[in-house]
Design a protein around this ligand. Structure first.
Ligand SMILES: C[S@@+](CC[C@H](N)C(=O)[O-])C[C@H]1O[C@@H](n2cnc3c(N)ncnc32)[C@H](O)[C@@H]1O
Length: 256
């Protein structure tokens, strides 16, 4: 299932609302609005919305969206941040950064009208090492095996290689180390993937917690999903087709 978020203030019946401010595009009234306002609605999995909402943006001054393209979760943070809060959205892939810019332009506002929003092509692993303790809210929506996407896309399936399951946790761990460095004390990091593989989810967090003491896991109580050792897992067969989506919230504390 996909949901609809919009910069339009909509007055829709609660029957089509799947989450606060998110609407089911398959209902007639939402479909009508989409037809009336093409380009005003961004379709995304409600589990992605749920994940981003675990990050407390209240009073945050500097947000970093590490792996941001194509930008659904960036849009959600732009909609919910305080007006003066600075947001940096990075992605390693240049073509995807171009897509991210288009998405922000189309669904939020032209970047020229928002000097507090910056989009850059960058390797987030290096960026964190070079920008230590600069951000007080970080979204690490990590590259992952994305099993649902792979199964539904013949091209992705033909490109799939078994060793991805081994290399991805290493990349995810490197990204988490970078996030930890870039995070200020008292700041939060939301780690998320759309994988069902525990090696890409709880194990990445567990590996970090075993080595370092500067991050602690904050408990979550989302409306949907099952608790795991460190986070929450939303599975399609348990949650009306939402997900898969794993997320865990970490806070930077004193420690080494
Ligand atoms: C799961 S997708 C992100 C989806 C995005 N957050 C959204 O909501 O639309 C993962 C992204 O990570 C990017 N990526 C992979 N490795 C990266 C790195 N080292 N630094 C920055 N971006 C990276 C990929 O190019 C890809 O766009």
């Amino acid at each position: 299932m996909t949901s609809v978020g919009s910069k339009l203030q909509m007055d829709l019946g609660s029957s089509s609302e799947v989450l606060d401010g998110c609407y089911d595009p398959y209902t007639a009234e939402v479909q009508e609005l989409i037809d009336e306002h093409p380009g005003m609605f961004y379709l995304m999995d409600p589990a992605s919305v749920l994940a981003v909402r675990q990050l407390d943006l209240g009073g945050r001054l500097r947000i970093w969206d590490m792996c941001a393209a194509p930008g659904g979760k960036t849009l959600l943070m732009l909609e919910n941040k305080e007006p003066e809060t600075y947001v940096l959205a990075t992605d390693m892939s240049r073509p995807r950064v171009e897509r991210l810019k288009q998405v922000i332009h189309q669904y939020f506002a032209p970047l020229s009208e928002h000097p507090e929003v910056s989009v850059r092509s960058a390797d987030a692993v290096n960026w964190g090492y070079r920008n230590q303790e600069k951000y007080d809210a970080i979204l690490l929506d990590a590259p992952c095996s994305s099993e649902r996407h792979v199964m539904g896309d013949p091209k992705a399936m033909s490109n799939w290689k078994p060793n991805r399951a081994k290399t991805l946790p290493k990349r995810q761990y490197a990204l988490l180390c970078s996030a930890a460095l870039a995070c200020e004390r008292g700041g939060q990091i939301l780690y998320s993937t759309c994988s069902i593989n525990p090696d890409e989810n709880d194990s990445v967090i567990a590996r970090y917690l075993k080595k370092k003491t500067d991050l602690v896991v904050r408990p979550l109580a989302p409306s949907v999903g099952k608790p795991t050792e460190h986070g929450t897992l939303v599975l399609p067969h348990e949650c009306e087709g939402w997900g898969p989506m794993y997320f865990a919230l970490l806070e930077k504390v004193e420690g080494t």
